[in-house]
Design a protein around this ligand. Sequence first.
Ligand SMILES: Nc1nc2c(ncn2[C@@H]2O[C@H](COP(=O)(O)OP(=O)(O)O)[C@@H](O)[C@H]2O)c(=O)[nH]1
Ligand SMILES: [Mg+2]
Length: 207
Amino acid sequence: MADFLKIAILGAPGVGKTAIIQRFVWNQFAEGARAPHSGVYHPSVVLNDRIYHLVILDIPALTCFLPPPRPQEWIERWTETGDEDIQPAHAYILVYDICCFASFEYIKAVHQLIVAKRPPGSGKVPILIVGNKRDLQRCRVAPRHNVAALVKRSWKCGYIECSAKYNWHILLLFKELLKTTGCLASRGAHASACLQGGLPTNRCIIL
Ligand SMILES: Nc1nc2c(ncn2[C@@H]2O[C@H](COP(=O)(O)OP(=O)(O)O)[C@@H](O)[C@H]2O)c(=O)[nH]1
Ligand SMILES: [Mg+2]
């Protein structure tokens, strides 16, 4: 079993990538825009009595994908731009804002890109699709079950909705990702993930 895992988090600007990571690692949430810089976080996670060292890459939006035109155009631009923007990782979390259709189009293109750029024979890299800002679900742009069905059936990826603001499903999404990377010893294992240093109980407050 791996005890070191590099996770890259991608998504359009403003979807809450940094908010999700900082909620997970520090259990903090700051209102308002943050500078769109990259960041690297090194939390350790205890799962079933084992420690896993995570490297979480907060990757700023890929400029070749902005402003969002058609996904195919993104792919063409990407091909011209080169490889350097998507870093190799053991697993990817692609975040969109459930209230912003363009941000879903963005991760659709990123997903296509990761699949297209996968080196032959490298196997399937786990990709988890995350719909953030669940607390704003009254302005969501597509029903949850439609998106989940598309992502699971067509993209063959996991799908989770969360709210970094209210710490809803944040721990769960990392647990799900770790499960897909094979870090859990057994499928029926108790969900005993916690951060070193301890996190308070997950709260579930939906507005
Ligand atoms: N309502 C709500 N706002 C959020 C949530 N997550 C992030 N935000 C806000 O969305 C904005 C962008 O967040 P940020 O983490 O900087 O996005 P990033 O550009 O993807 O890293 C900020 O104003 C955050 O406060 C959430 O779950 N709910
Ligand atoms: Mg950010």
